[in-house]
Design a protein around this ligand. Structure first.
Ligand code: ARG
Length: 588
């Protein structure tokens, strides 16, 4: 028997259930149902089942066809080839399913919340104090934010952690330098904007780094400062706090420009784990996971060796007693697992830190902090490249400042908006320009799978044609304009109407939204959502070409049904884009 239809089942899922029920070994066999060009769907699972049962696949397929409970779902089902099934669903099934999604007053378009949500702690958007944010920080923020939205939409309990770099040797260096050159940061910080303060700090950072690398005595004094800082020396701490506060003002201004909500309470930087470091080391040493080697506390791994064949250890505590990046990350794992009760940890961090995370996770597993029920995953992202295919740099060879890049994207987008603008005021052009520009940067970042490098090409990003957010935003705005023009005629679903092929294709794709959300969330793969949305806009374009909505005016019921398809397409675009952190302006 086909399972009972609920709002959350797509046509695809209903069909899979009906087929499973018709298979003699119900439940144990996957019908392997896929969308197909020949019919709506093709089921390939009978071949494998026949092999297992030592049966003739075509005979088995014929039996399934005879047994399948068709109800109102199927229009046509036939055996083809060695034992495939080609299946066409009824127009009614498509329209009714969409109508149920449309009627979902939670605004979720019929996407069911997860039955057993877990707790995920996601580590993303983690810039460094006293340093400019660069394109790498953009990727972490953009990908992380999309994964947060996707997971939360499925009902997962998500805890955000912005593990900012606010601790360690560089602060000893910075504080010591400022102490010795008190006039280099001569400004009244209250009067300096986030951005300006940051470039002052950045300059200071570079100067202190230069001295640190060239002057052994300064190096020693700077190291002593780190010890003072970690021991909580008052004056040192006060100077440190100033760096942190000024940097945060700057971070927030960038996140705002990125149209991204970041909460102060979720910023728990490296310094937040200071009190746990000694205990982390003690636990690792006592359990034998870490051992002393030349004075340092190290964890060794069978499969991690340097070019010389010698094992490369993870250093948890240096021989001078200092703690580094690894000790902090191991302490953060303890906090996230035991205090925040996470069962999944995600780290949205540059692929170049993969070895670090491999060692940290393995250490945590050896210590029993991670296991089969509590897992950690680095959502590693690739490098942002310039048009020339080399890591993205300014013409002077410096890393590109994130703010400059966003400003340029907004400028370009504003030009595009202005060119097309018909009835927009200057103010509206500026607002839309920001939404289109920032959306374009985010979309480009999200639309290739995270682990791949991608080329930062603004011309391509703000192009109206092709796989860009601008294309999707225009599709959305165009639909809104159609809905406004429709005037008296209201969108309504008429399940008794026969559908055009373009309507069927659009409808079946719309119906697959829930599965896309689930898959993109489960796999931490926002690019699956961008691909879905791009295809949605393309199918919509074909539909709009083939099926007149307003002009020439079709009969009332057809017009209503088509407006309904327009409206649910717009709602799906809007929902999908907002899960990626991208705006869909009503007018463009
Ligand atoms: N602040 C680091 C950077 O800019 C990223 C931090 C990643 N998170 C972590 N838990 N280690 O590269």
């Amino acid at each position: 028997m086909a399972s009972v239809t609920s709002l959350s089942d797509s046509v695809h899922q209903r069909l899979a259930a009906a087929l499973s029920a018709a298979l003699p070994q119900a439940g144990s066999a996957d019908p392997l149902l896929r969308r197909s060009d020949r019919a709506d769907f093709q089921a390939n699972g009978i071949l494998a089942l026949a092999k297992k049962e030592k049966a003739n696949p075509r005979e088995l397929a014929t039996r399934v066809v005879a047994q399948v409970e068709s109800g109102e779902l199927l229009r046509d089902i036939e055996v083809s080839g060695p034992g495939f099934l080609n299946i066409t669903v009824s127009d009614r099934a498509i329209t009714e399913n969409l109508s149920a999604r449309y009627a979902d007053d939670t605004g979720r378009l019929g996407v069911p919340p997860a039955e057993h949500p877990g707790t995920t702690v996601i580590d993303y958007a983690q810039p460094n104090v006293a340093k400019e944010m660069h394109v790498g920080h953009l990727r972490s923020a953009v990908i992380g934010d999309a994964v947060v939205q996707l997971l939360e939409f499925t009902g997962e309990n998500v805890v955000r952690r912005h593990h900012i770099g606010d601790w360690g040797t560089q602060f000893g260096m910075l504080i010591q330098y400022l102490d010795e050159h008190p006039h280099e940061l001569d400004h009244d910080s209250a009067e300096v904007s986030g951005e300006e303060a940051m470039s002052n700090l950045d300059r200071l950072y570079k100067a202190s780094r230069k001295l640190f690398d060239s002057d052994e005595e300064f190096k020693t004094r700077a190291r002593r400062r780190v010890v003072d800082l970690q021991a909580g020396d008052e004056k040192t701490l006060a100077m440190w706090q100033k760096f942190v506060d000024e940097s945060k003002i700057y971070f927030f201004s960038v996140f705002e420009k990125l149209d991204m909500e970041i909460h102060d309470a979720d910023i728990v930087g490296e310094s937040g784990y200071n009190d746990m470091l000694a205990e982390t080391c003690r636990l690792l040493e006592e359990s034998g996971v870490a051992v002393r080697s030349e004075g340092a506390l190290c964890v060794f791994f069978d499969d991690i060796k340097g070019p010389d064949g010698k094992p490369v250890p993870l250093i948890v505590q240096k021989s001078d007693g200092g703690y580094g990046y690894a000790a902090t990350d191991l302490s953060a794992i303890r906090d996230r697992v035991f205090n925040l009760k996470a069962d999944s940890l995600i780290y949205v961090v540059d692929a170049r830190q993969s070895l670090h995370f491999k060692m940290v996770f393995e250490t945590a597993r050896k210590a029993g902090w991670l296991n089969d029920d509590v897992k950690a995953y680095q959502l590693a992202f690739g490098t942002v490249l310039g048009k020339d295919g080399k890591p993205f740099k300014t013409r002077e060879g410096e890393t590109v400042r994130l703010v400059d890049l966003l400003d340029e994207a907004i400028d370009r987008a504003s030009a595009v908006v202005r060119e097309k603008a018909q009835d927009l005021s200057e103010e509206e052009i500026a607002e839309r320009g920001a939404q289109v520009g920032v959306g374009a940067v985010k979309y480009a970042d999200l639309s290739t799978s995270a682990n791949r490098d991608y080329k930062f090409d603004l011309d391509q990003m703000v192009s109206l044609n092709g796989d860009t957010s601008v294309y999707l935003q225009y599709a959305y705005a165009r639909i809104q304009s159609i809905l406004r023009k429709a005037g008296e005629v209201r969108p309504a679903a008429h399940p008794e109407l026969e559908l055009h092929a373009a309507e069927r294709a659009l409808g079946l794709h719309l119906d697959a939204f829930a599965e896309t959300v689930t898959e993109a969330a489960r796999e931490y793969a926002p690019h699956k959502m961008t691909a879905y949305l791009y295809q949605l806009a393309s199918l919509y374009t074909t539909f709009y070409d083939k099926c007149p909505v307003i002009k020439p005016q079709p009969p009332q019921d057809i017009a209503e049904n088509r407006l309904f398809l327009c409206d649910i397409t717009a709602r799906t675009l809007h929902r999908g884009m907002s899960l990626l952190g991208i705006r869909t302006p009503e007018r463009l």
